[in-house]
Design a protein around this ligand. Structure first.
Ligand code: FES
Length: 239
């Protein structure tokens, strides 16, 4: 004859103890989940990037690689891409002379600025060594395009300069994005570009110079790209 264990008082007691522990365990798990969610909401946005600057290919809005022919010499439009964070607009310039012929941009030493050492701007890349890039966030108080933009050499105001309309800072893209006039006390952070001569394509690989305005580091303090992003889109806007 089979014994009915459900009527055994000792067995009932151990089952109640087991259920009690399971209930406590469930409550603890819920608490941990709530706590983690709360912490994620409180924590400042930080970059998911680890191990240094990402390499990202420059592409157009259709996802096709940017080639030299995609870039207009002395383009009067504002040409930007986001790097190294999704919330960081950056300038992409194909620089030319006053006749709109490509101009070779040589490496240049950019002087130290408060809190940051001097650095060597890498100069231009591409087949004519005329393509350069920098942060498009003004180093004075953080104005972004279109308030800050490049004025081509043929422009009537600020020819050949990057000018910020917020308080008048000007930068020299032909010389490492160095300061021409304040109130900024920092040059624009330079972005390093890699040009693949075989495919005529461009990638961004890192940054040089002072930290992007308003961020504790270039890789934190803004909105990061989703993990695994390998491309960044170049866009143009009419000033
Ligand atoms: S924010 Fe650009 S000059 Fe002040």
């Amino acid at each position: 004859m089979t014994e009915n264990k459900s009527n055994d008082p000792a067995n009932d007691s151990s089952r109640r103890t087991f259920l009690k522990y399971m209930t406590m365990l469930g409550a603890a798990a819920v608490s941990v989940g709530v706590l983690r969610g709360a912490l994620q909401n409180i924590a400042p946005a930080i970059s998911g990037i680890t191990g240094g600057f990402p390499t990202m290919q420059l592409v157009d809005s259709s996802g096709n690689p940017i080639k030299t022919t995609s870039l207009v010499v002395n383009n009067p439009q504002i040409v930007t891409f986001n790097y190294p964070l999704q919330s960081d607009p950056s300038f992409l310039l194909r620089l030319g002379d006053s006749s709109n012929n490509d101009k070779v941009i040589n490496p240049v030493s950019v002087p130290a600025s408060p809190g940051f050492p001097a650095f060597t701007s890498p100069g231009g890349t591409g087949p004519y060594k005329s393509v350069v890039a920098s942060s498009a966030i003004c180093q004075h108080l953080g104005c972004k395009p279109p308030a800050i933009r490049f004025h081509p050499p043929s422009a009537s105001s600020y020819p050949g300069k990057i000018h910020c309309g917020c308080h008048g800072s000007t930068y020299d893209p032909y010389n490492g994005f160095s300061i021409i006039t304040g109130p900024t006390v920092h040059p624009l952070p330079n972005i390093t570009l890699n040009w693949d001569s075989t495919s005529d394509t461009y990638s961004v690989t890192g940054m040089l110079g002072p930290t992007i305005y308003g961020q504790p580091s270039d890789l934190s303090g803004g909105t990061p790209f989703p993990s695994g992003t390998t491309k960044t889109t170049v866009t143009s806007e009419v000033p």
